[in-house]
Design a protein around this ligand. Structure first.
Ligand code: GDP
Ligand code: MG
Length: 425
């Protein structure tokens, strides 16, 4: 598999560059840059300096202003930096101009996030998804300016008559994209089989900002032992575990990739199959790191991804995690006021989990109905099917028929009834 690995190598010296137009609040900018710093460190860079420019409008040629570009260039030279990382998405032309001015590599936040995803992709599916997103990101960036003459000469034989290297490159990337999409489809259909094996279990999905504690919560609720790391994007794959609620009711809980501000659109699109558990869930647990200063901005980033995958209207519980780190009771009170359905927990300490389970129980209807069906004795194997989708209360025989009294969800009961009706036909 070809991998378009990044321009970041271990311990590369990097300068971060943030640009804020006047409509963006200072805290929002600073937080976004702090997050960029964590992302850069996760990718293996050493952050030498963080620079910020306030502008009334973006310079279309170089994104930042001329004076700032000069200042940045001096800083790159005096600190011997290898890389400048921009907090916002640069156009290919802007990145190209900046590389010429600064005489070092220039990447943007999207490129950096793609890079980290490439580093953390473990399963075949995650690898394909990341490579797909990388190729989609690359396609519009394959511009003439990056097509070197010597490559064109050396590429004779690999291209058709009269074609430029650029067209050949673009076609190769497009071919790769369609191949990767086909492979993903295949994995998706395998997933459908697994889904069918869930047998009527209700499904809840833990979602939320990266590092909010989703995996810790899944482990705490299910006794699983999935990887928990104080890192952005430790989890790229979806895992599903069984959780017992009160009265012996069980549901499945999935944990998946976390969200982040300015998450590249191509990445969200490519991760749709990883997010399929989330898309199909009966209930979303929005896990929020309540110890962070700017909770709403992160919650909005999550909501906008939910919107992008079309599930913003699903039933949801706001799970305010890391409550052990929240000292001010005023903060809790005001959150409670804004989110009356919310629940404060500490997944790490196992606090508030019973209350959370009760809320989950309330939100997901486990309403059972009791029903009696009669089947011919010759079809007695049908009994095991009822056993697997409901609870059998009583079995008796009468006139060559088996009478089965069982309890199941409304949905499961009506499925069983339909099957019994078919048996009688
Ligand atoms: P995810 O990215 O949302 O899956 O987050 P993780 O479950 O990997 O947790 C991220 C970090 O937060 C880890 O260092 C956890 O130990 C920490 N963490 C998770 N829950 C809590 C909590 O309730 N309290 C505290 N203090 N830390 C927590
Ligand atoms: Mg995780």
């Amino acid at each position: 598999m070809t991998k378009i690995r990044s321009k970041i190598k271990s311990r590369q010296k990097a300068i971060l560059m943030g640009v804020g137009t006047s409509d963006i609040a200072k805290e929002e900018l600073e937080e976004s840059l702090e997050e960029l710093r964590q992302l850069a460190v996760t990718a293996g860079a050493e952050v030498i300096n963080v620079m910020l420019q306030r502008m009334t409008s973006i310079n279309p040629a170089t994104y930042i202003g001329k004076g700032k570009a000069k200042e940045l260039s001096d800083e790159v030279k005096s600190r011997e930096c290898d890389l400048v990382i921009f907090d916002d998405e640069l156009s290919p032309a802007q990145a190209g101009s900046l590389e010429r001015i600064l005489e070092c590599s220039v990447i943007d936040r999207t490129g950096l996030i793609l890079d980290i995803f490439a580093l953390h992709a473990r399963t075949k599916e995650a690898k394909i998804q990341v490579e797909l997103a990388q190729n989609k990101y690359l396609l519009p960036r394959l511009t003439g300016q990056w097509t070197h003459l010597e490559r064109q000469e050396g590429a004779i034989g690999t291209r058709g008559p009269g074609e430029t290297q650029l067209e050949t490159d673009r076609r190769a990337v497009r071919r790769r994209i369609s191949k990767l999409e086909k492979e993903l489809d295949k994995i998706d259909s395998q997933r459908a089989v697994r889904r069918a094996n869930r047998r009527g279990f209700k499904l809840a999905a833990a979602i939320g900002y990266t590092n909010a504690g989703k995996t810790t919560l899944l482990n705490a609720l299910s006794g699983a032992n999935a990887l928990v790391e104080d890192k952005l994007f430790a989890t790229l794959d979806t895992i599903v575990r069984k959780v017992s609620l009160r009265k012996g009711d069980e549901l499945l809980l999935s944990d998946t990739v976390g969200f982040i501000r300015k998450l590249p659109h191509d990445l969200v699109a490519s991760f749709k199959s990883t997010l399929s558990e989330t898309i199909e869930a009966d209930l979303l647990l929005h896990v929020i790191d309540s110890s962070q200063p700017n909770i709403t901005a992160r919650m909005e980033a999550v909501t906008s991804v939910l919107h992008e995958i079309g599930i913003e209207d699903k039933p949801m519980i706001h799970v305010f995690n890391k409550s052990d780190l929240v000292e001010s009771s005023g903060k809790k009170k005001s959150l409670m006021k804004s989110f009356p359905d919310g629940v404060f927990i500490s997944a790490a300490r196992g606090e508030g989990l019973e209350e959370l389970k009760d809320k989950i129980y309330e939100k997901i209807s486990f309403e059972n109905v009791t029903k009696t069906v009669s089947i011919p004795v010759s079809e007695s194997r049908f009994l095991s099917e009822i056993h697997s989708s409901g609870r059998v209360l009583n079995v008796s025989q009468m006139d060559g028929q088996i009478l089965i009294e069982f309890e199941a969800t409304v949905e499961a009961a009506s499925k069983i009834q339909n099957k019994v009706n078919k048996l009688a036909e």
